[in-house]
Design a protein around this ligand. Structure first.
Ligand code: PEP
Ligand code: MG
Length: 581
């Protein structure tokens, strides 16, 4: 038995047998050709490219084509890679000048590309190395007349173990058969992680070297909630995890029973529970978990796919799809929140010494009017398909907000002049994730229809602790008295102007924070769909009086540690199942 720790990418537990997907390492043959064979070799390459493109089109078609899974957009980029004149020129040059066989020339070219991309500081570019490797593997298999393992053709339930899961693998795999995922590589924002969450498959990524530790058919446990993998578990571990799985499933089913019941405190205060989504397909999970709407659609994920910036039409289609699939529920779409740790190539981002405090989010959008206006036009056009709310991220003060609102009104006027149809009363809101905005909440509240607190960033900026840096993770304290005071200030500021306050940072889905947030007067909680039933259960089990009393008690306390200990004790006493290990 061996235990490995990785990144918890998608919650849940799975027990099963390893399906080892090393994508059969294809040995690349190397041999020299003579002058008279060059044309034939290039013809062989061209044929393989044609076949590979055909396969990719077929795969795209099986995803529902352009109107299907929006994530399949990367297949288009893969096809474009196969048409990239620079890439093809380089392969052909190696064939012609070095008299190399096509496989070797392809391999050499791809290694050059991968080296450049992998050395990049930019996470997005590094992940594009996955894409180019993905296309190259397909092409190589076709040159060698080998068939790749087809993940859409798995016949029994398995735990997929791979070095890395490429986007096309994750989309193509049979989701009913893949019960869990464990990979050497990948982070929380990799395509595999996003899709695993969207498809509700427990996943642990970034394990380093799991592929060296397991064999096909090995027994394995995936605990996506804690990021743990157990290889060849002994009877005791199996028993423990069978129980955990049973408890998890039981709890999920019990909590799902709450789906149609409102999130109402014992003394009758109705709270709205919304879902955070990253891709349009997640609306299905939002509805099945009883979400009252979408509280945060991170629209920038739409741009974090290979290829160019999404066009107005592509955005319009995606936003319309989310709005219409949420039926009568409201959908809050956040405008592009790029920059900081979410860099993109093809935009005029420059290297900045301090990107988290730099040209990101709304600042980037206001500096790239073309991109921002395109998104606003797409949003306005889509607004006729449902109940749209628009939210601007990272607002730091009144002038910035005024400039954004002026631009928004200009786009509306242009539409009015052209007679374009849109909803004239879309509620506009802002995210409160900068301390200066929190401290002027009562002023900002006069200008918008709602607030949504982004605690992920608000905590980062309040405590001056990089949310992605594990060395200072011990300082990232949602119950820090400074953070709690700011939350109170925001909620009171909003309520003084009679506008509702939502929270869409991770804190909203943290069961230990739920009663405090209730007591502070939060109106809307927005979180990953999977967390909704649990938070609903907690809300339904307490009264506002209890919640306000808890807040009163902790506001008299002086330190994070004191508050944390007290709140955990308070919650564990009432919700025994919360005590994890
Ligand atoms: C936040 O900062 O809390 C938030 C919801 O935005 P993101 O996590 O996308 O930065
Ligand atoms: Mg944020």
């Amino acid at each position: 038995m061996k235990i490995l720790k990785g990144i918890s990418a998608s919650q849940g537990i799975a027990i099963g047998r390893v399906f080892f997907y090393l994508d059969e390492y294809l040995k690349v043959p190397e041999y020299k050709i003579c002058e008279s064979e060059i044309d034939k070799e290039i013809e062989r390459l061209n044929k393989a490219i044609k076949k590979t493109k055909k396969e990719l089109y077929k795969l795209k078609e099986s995803m529902g084509g352009d109107k299907g899974i929006s994530e399949s957009g990367f297949l288009e980029a893969h096809i474009l890679m196969l048409e990239d004149p620079e890439l093809l020129k380089r392969i052909k040059t190696i064939i012609k000048k070095e008299y190399s066989n096509a496989e070797w020339a392809l391999n050499k070219t791809i290694q050059e590309y991968i080296e450049i991309l992998s050395a990049s500081q930019d996470e997005y570019l590094r992940e594009r190395a996955f894409d180019i490797r993905d296309v190259a593997k397909r092409l190589l298999a076709n040159l060698l007349y080998k068939n790749r393992i087809d993940l859409s053709d798995i016949k029994e339930e398995v735990i997929l173990v791979a070095h890395e899961l490429l986007p096309s693998d994750t989309l193509a795999m049979d989701k009913r058969m893949v019960k869990g995922i464990a990979t050497d590589a990948g982070g929380k924002t990799s395509h595999a992680a996003i899709l695993a969450r969207a498809f509700e498959i427990p996943a642990v990524l970034g394990l380093g070297n799991i592929t060296a530790e397991v064999r096909n058919g090995d027994k394995i446990i995936v605990d996506g909630t804690t990021g743990t993998i157990i290889i060849q578990p002994d009877e005791a571990a199996l028993e423990l995890y069978r129980n955990k799985l049973f408890e998890w499933q039981k709890k999920e089913v019990e909590l799902l029973d709450l789906k149609t019941i409102p999130a109402e405190t014992k003394d009758g205060k109705k709270i709205f529970l919304m879902a955070n989504i990253e891709i349009p397909e997640e609306t299905e999970s939002a509805l099945s978990h009883g979400a009252d709407g979408i509280g945060l659609y991170r629209s920038e994920f739409f741009f974090m796919q290979p290829g160019k910036f999404a066009s107005e039409e592509e955005q319009y289609q995606a936003y319309s799809k989310v709005l219409s699939s949420m039926e009568n529920h409201s959908v809050t779409i956040r405008t592009i929140d790029l920059g900081g740790d979410k860099m993109l190539p093809g935009t005029n981002f420059t290297e900045e010494p301090n990107p988290i405090l730099g040209w990101r989010s709304i600042r980037f959008c206001m500096g790239n009017r073309e991109i921002f206006e395109t998104q606003l036009r797409a949003l306005l056009r889509a607004s006729v398909h449902g109940q749209l709310k628009i939210m601007f991220p990272m607002i730091s003060g009144v002038e910035e907000l005024d400039d954004v609102l002026a631009l928004y009104n200009q786009v509306k006027r242009d539409f009015d002049n052209k007679g374009v149809e849109y909803d004239h009363n879309i509620p506009l809101g802002i995210m409160i994730e900068v301390p200066s905005a929190a401290m002027t909440a009562d002023i900002l509240a006069r200008k918008v229809k709602f607030f949504s607190i982004g605690t992920n960033d608000l905590i980062q900026y309040t405590i001056a602790v990089d949310r992605g840096n594990e060395k200072v993770a011990y300082l990232y304290e949602p119950f820090h008295p400074g953070v709690l005071r700011l939350l109170k200030m925001v909620i009171e500021g909003a309520h003084s102007q009679s506008i509702p306050v939502s929270m869409c940072g991770e804190m909203a889905g943290d069961p230990y924070a739920a009663v405090i947030l209730l007591g502070l007067g939060l109106d809307i909680f927005s979180m990953s769909s999977l967390s909704i039933p649990e938070i609903k259960n907690i809300i339904r089990s307490v009264s506002m009086i209890e919640a306000e009393e808890l807040v009163g008690t902790i506001f008299d306390m002086k330190s994070y540690r004191e508050i944390d200990r007290f709140v955990r004790g308070w919650m564990d006493e009432r919700f025994e199942y919360l005590r994890r290990e």
